[in-house]
Design a binder for this molecule. Structure first.
Ligand code: SAM
Length: 275
């Protein structure tokens, strides 16, 4: 099933053959190391049981690793049309397991792919990574069956995702992710693993949506508004930002700052306060 994928020429050679070079405007930093792409692909839970949506296959380094790891199906959404000759060659070798969709992932409704449930895996373009993650959190909160997200972020963003209250990295992203899912950093990826090399270290983050958390959530839009408001001036006391609220209702003095409130506290407040 994977023979034809394994016998394709190396990714760098396929790029050279069709004159493809990395473009900054698409956030292109490619992975060529088979050990690394294999490790990422094997981290995707149930890869052989549920379809995977990959954002930004580019010249298909990670896509090929997903297929080699036994992916049941891969739908890859790519914005850069110049990758077409490479991606169609990989799709030919994948015997129907790979479908490539050209377009902006930010504007693509993954539910239209017709899967009951799916996983997301991506070496995300750094310029839209956070925006995509926030979109997916909204979808998860609204019942879309995304079973797992295995994502490459800059290490600093990865730390924000998993940060706990009272830490500098704790913020809006931590609250939103942790209210719908369990998240952890799987491993770091040095800048030298990419071509071209970015300025900073990256990390693979795994996010597993948690149905028990989602059930208790309430309206994600309200939580998002509340986090934006309170973290907007994160050094200010919450009673200074929202003076009309009786904070004792939430067992708070009002002298706390956004960074002191747990994700669950944000959820509790957002359910009761009109925003
Ligand atoms: N997956 C490849 C790899 O690991 O070598 C490429 C990863 S590169 C960091 C990000 C990829 O996302 C690029 O191929 C880029 O063209 C694509 N991309 C950037 N913005 C996108 C968007 N809004 N929608 C879909 N793909 C996008």
């Amino acid at each position: 099933m994977t023979d034809k994928i394994a016998s394709l020429p190396p990714v760098s050679e396929m790029m050279r053959d069709c004159g493809m070079i990395a473009k900054k405007q698409f956030g292109q930093n490619f992975l060529f190391d088979l050990n690394l792409t294999g490790r990422i692909a094997r981290s995707v839970p149930d890869i052989n049981k549920i379809p995977v949506v990959e954002v930004g296959p580019g010249p298909a380094g990670l896509t090929r690793a997903l297929l080699l790891a036994g992916a049941l199906r891969v739908v890859a959404v790519e914005m850069d049309k110049t990758t077409e000759p490479i991606l169609s060659r990989v799709a030919d070798a994948a015997n129907g397991r790979l479908t490539v969709v050209f377009g902006d992932a930010l504007k693509t409704d993954f539910s239209k792919f017709g899967f009951n449930e799916y996983a997301i895996c991506s070496n995300l373009p750094y310029n839209v990574g956070t925006e995509l993650l926030i979109q997916w959190i909204h979808k998860i909160a609204n019942g879309e069956k995304i079973k797992s997200l295995t994502l490459m972020f800059q290490r600093e963003v990865a730390e924000r995702i998993i940060a706990r209250p009272n830490y500098d990295a704790y913020g809006r992203l931590s609250v939103l992710v942790q209210l719908v899912a369990d998240a952890k950093i799987l491993f770091n990826v040095p800048r030298t693993a990419f071509t071209p090399a970015p300025k900073v270290t990256s990390a693979i983050v795994q996010i597993i949506p948690n149905p028990d958390k989602i059930k208790k959530l309430g309206k994600i839009e309200n939580i998002e508004k509340l986090t934006a408001k309170l973290f907007g001036t994160r050094r200010k006391m919450i009673r200074g930002i929202m003076p009309d609220i009786d904070w004792t209702m939430f067992d708070l003095a009002g002298t706390e700052r956004a960074e002191n409130l747990s994700p669950e506290k944000f959820c509790e407040i957002a359910k009761k306060v009109l925003l």
